[in-house]
Ligand binder design. Structure first.
Ligand code: ZN
Length: 370
């Protein structure tokens, strides 16, 4: 594969290898284990940007393991709280959403994740010898530690709320209507009220567009489905990981998160974490169009953007890749080798055409077969 030509940057100039960006954290508190956490919204077929971040999480895990001799693994967080359908309440004018978790139910959702993501993860995992786990947001929010973390955060939320919602100061909690077969929730939580009833439980009052007012309890081991706005959810997730017992968690995200992550970092510190307790972050290259905007499947689907020149259909729906999943994984890993071969190639964005060129270049890999 012919390597891309990448300009020097301040960060690239400071590093010999892309993974060195994590070295200070690893040396400051040498962990016994490193977990690379990569989250993906479950909303239709994955696109190339998703596959790129996921394969880079595995490739980076392998590099960190080889470099520091520390066991590494990948945790895939399947965000099934992504909206499945949206509607507007004709009475209040408020927007309502029904998430994948409520619309599809547990079994169909498991089937969806198994069909769309598991084959690629299994291939990447085997190629690199990196173990991985898949966790849905439904499982995560049901976990006692996550719910306890949220309950303990509530009395301190005032300190963080403007970081989580800089325009309104109100970070949103969504508790879907519990009526059988319903599951709608106010998207912007206009009429949702949260009250801590004791140290171990909160009462949430909300209004369903079909069933009117309802109440739900959130307790550590039981109670309603707890959905939170993105930054708020990240705060709780990362707080829950901040007492790690020898584990370093690395949040692996697309480059577009650079602009939002500092709000989460400030929120974490506002509720009492010190810098050394914040999770490590790894921002991966973004796939962009000719205008420099993130390649967006939804914008193209809505007809508000066109497929950029040099991009192929499989980039928006990786199931259309003209080959097997094993071949797709091999091409992705060959590309991650290139991107990780020089910090200049890693800390930058790539046009869809350039990604297409690298993904279709003949690239025999020098890794041993599983
Ligand atoms: Zn309802």
């Amino acid at each position: 594969m012919t390597h891309p030509v990448s300009p020097n940057t301040v960060l690239a100039n400071a590093l010999h290898h892309a993974e060195d960006v994590l070295t200070p954290r690893i040396l400051a508190t040498p962990p016994q284990r490193i977990v690379l956490v990569v989250g993906t919204q479950i909303n239709g077929a994955p696109h190339i940007g998703t596959s790129l971040v996921q394969s880079l999480a595995f490739a980076m895990a392998a590099r960190l393991r080889d470099r520091f001799g520390i066991p590494t693994e990948v945790l895939f967080s399947a965000l099934d709280n992504a909206p499945y359908e949206l509607t507007t309440d004709p009475v209040s004018g408020h927007r309502y959403q029904r998430a994948y978790a409520q619309a599809l139910g547990h079994e169909a959702l498991t089937d969806l994740v198994t069909a769309l993501y598991q084959p690629l993860f299994t291939a990447l995992s085997r190629h690199l010898g990196i173990p991985h786990r898949v966790e849905t947001y439904s499982q995560q929010q049901a976990g006692e530690h996550f719910r306890r973390t949220w309950l303990r955060l509530l009395p301190r939320l005032d300190a963080a709320r403007w970081w989580l919602a800089p325009s309104t100061g109100t970070p949103h909690v969504r508790v879907p209507c519990p009526q059988p077969g319903c599951g709608w929730a106010e998207k912007d939580a206009e009429r949702t009220r949260v009250q801590l009833t004791d140290r171990e439980a909160a009462q949430v009052a909300a209004v369903c567009l079909h069933h009117g007012p309802y109440q739900a309890t959130i307790a550590p081991a039981e109670g309603a489905y707890l959905d939170l706005a993105t930054l708020y959810r990240n705060l709780v997730k990362e707080l829950a990981l901040s007492n790690p017992h020898g584990t370093l968690h690395v949040m692996v995200k697309g480059g577009d998160w650079v602009f939002g992550s500092h709000l989460v970092d400030e929120a974490l510190q506002a509720v009492g974490l010190i810098r050394g307790q914040l999770p490590a972050r790894l921002f991966c290259p973004q796939v962009v169009t000719d205008t420099g905007a993130k390649l967006s499947k939804s914008l193209i689907r809505e007809g508000r953007a066109s497929l950029p020149e040099g991009a192929a259909g499989w980039m928006l729906d990786t199931r259309q890749w003209p080959g097997t999943v094993a071949e797709y994984a091999e091409q992705l890993l060959a590309m991650t080798d290139t991107l990780l071969s020089d910090p200049r190639h890693f800390f930058r964005s790539y046009s869809a055409a350039e990604i297409g060129r690298m993904m279709t270049a003949p690239a025999p890999r020098s890794v041993p077969a599983p």
